[in-house]
Design a protein around this ligand. Sequence first.
Ligand code: ARG
Ligand code: ASP
Length: 726
Amino acid sequence: MKKLSLLLIAFILLIGTQVKADEGMWIPMLLKKYNIEEMQKAGFKLSADDIYDINKACLKDAVIGLGREGSPFHHFCTGELISDKGLIVTNHHCGYGAIQNHSTLEHDYLKDGFWAMSQEEELVNEGITASFLIRMEDVTAQVLDSITDETKEVDRQKMIQKRIKKIQEATEKDSDYRASVKAYFDGNQYFLSVYEIYKDVRLVGAPPSAIGKFGGDTDNWMWPRHTGDFSMFRIYADKDNKPASYSKENVPMVPKQSFKISLKGVNEGDFTMVFGYPGTTTEYLTSHALDLMTKVDNPHKIKIRTKKLDLMRADMDASPLVRIQYSAKYAGVANSWKRWQGEITGLKRLDAIAKKKELEENFETWANSTDDLKKKYAGIVAEMGALYTELAPTSLARDYAIEAGLRGAEAVTFAYNFKKLAGLTKKDQKDIPDLLTELKKSSAEFFKNYNNPTDKKLLAALLKMYSENLTDEYLPKEIIAIRDKYKGDFEAYAEKAMAKSVFADENKLNNLLNNYKLSSGKRLTKDPIFVLANSIYFFYEAEIAPKYSKILTKTTKLQRIYMAGLMQMQKDKIFYADANSTFRVHYGKVSGYKARNAVTYDHYTTLEGIIEKDNPEIFDYDVPQKLKALYQTKNYGSYANAKGEMPVCFAATNHTTGGNSGSPVLNANGELIGLNFDRAWEGVMSDLMYDAEICRNVSLDIRYVLFIVDKFAGAGYLLDEMNLVK
Ligand code: ARG
Ligand code: ASP
């Protein structure tokens, strides 16, 4: 018996010890220690210092995280420098908000594309930031100093927050840099990232959506893919090359490093490396967490969003103006909606829950093998199971509150911005003018992209779903009141409420704001949409969020211990930390895949495939005439591949996630061969469980980017800035 369990433990220790190539997103400062040998074996020709070196310019200096003023470390996408004049390339869908912002019916840059023909024509974008990683440092010892297993969880969190603040402040003191300390491995390690953040990022160019968003949401998350998903920006700096807010005097920034662009292209099996800012993954969750997510939370979220999308789509198809107004919002809602569906299928196919359960059983056996381990780890997975069961109803209520309430009908979200104004009393009368200025500005922005009839339908449909899928205990009071008063006829309610509300009608709101007095507050607090918003927010903040976070604090703690246990159990395995919006390196190889029975995909697509998909009847597949002409004359210049085809996208095994969009894809020599922008349908569960057989990142071939800029857009002058290598 004893012998057997020892054998079993030895076996458990062995599983998972081989580092699987392809899987993982690695911390650049640790490549030398953990990865470089394997990378070189896989074909990489440079050294770890060529990627990350704090003493000399290296590849990392040509990569930027795109953020927003106010949350510059929350990188929504990645971009890279392709000239020594601050020129950057990223995805079309990363620049989408900016492109949309500059678009009107007269100048529809979304539809027609935009190219600045000189630097003067480049368009200023308020609030977009580009951060360069200066250096990283392992600060685990400082952050966790003197914290033990006995430290109470609340004390632990307080101590950690305080120390993080201290480290960040000390780093930022007397420096132009910004510092951010983040948790890795579920709070078992902490790293400091130091950034230099540029604040003047201008739009240089974008292809029309018929290229940059070709295939739209139908092709999104799919392979084979033909989307020319790129846009170009330029970073500006002050005369000393330092970050500065927008000013006419600013000049193109001179980066320490920019990428050489390779025209050699890719072959099946070639080494590829992706560099960037992956946002969030959760690879080490328990089966219980996965269960809740895939069987309860996500199916409901999908259902809610399906409704939203159907309603928006119908109105967008009926009006070009509504299409412009809602295209960015639509894409935003559709993106996770579709991924969640792919995740559920992908996890089923991997039998992920059973695999997790097996690991958990092994963990439990191991945890019971010595007294020390027992004290720390025995029973924690079962404990998490109980917590997730407890969490389920609150979690679902939270999903509805967010998806159907806080981010439901737009007028509701918008109305809540007026809470402060509505609540002012005599003594803060002096605040009114400033507040009004601010609100008038946000109101103009809001109504620019607002269509009342669409929102009315959303309001009715979402409230109906909200009220029908939860018991009263989990519903905001106002929703119960509306349901009862209108006997479930939310359309009748929406009709009435929207007709009365100032938050669904720009003129009415302007009238009110232009003549605002303290006594006008009553008009706001009685507004039906304001009343609803207030009730939804209040209920969420007072009832749902605290319950949710109370349980989550417990699971977070157990997850941290479980993570530490896994790392201790599989001592020889090289673990990678989940994505957390910090800089990572991903390596793998160019590769097609077998999607399902009898279906195998090639590793690349060509312009031929765009022509095959051409359909002028469908907005997302309406290939521009000029592109067709270029195809007919095979006018590909030096961008064609050896077979004379115009390559468009390629698939590879790099383990990427949201935030990696726009990331440079490099070859073995560190030259730019593509732009990461998506993943292939069968493998989108890679945020939760990666499988090298089927998980593929999708990249745009850089030669297609150059072809479009040069031959299609006639902006070939930009190529003069670039460093092309044959
Ligand atoms: N799926 C890609 C990513 O997660 C692209 C999303 C944008 N495109 C779209 N059609 N919604 O960012
Ligand atoms: N499309 C994603 C992004 O925007 C990338 C991905 O999830 O694979 O970052």
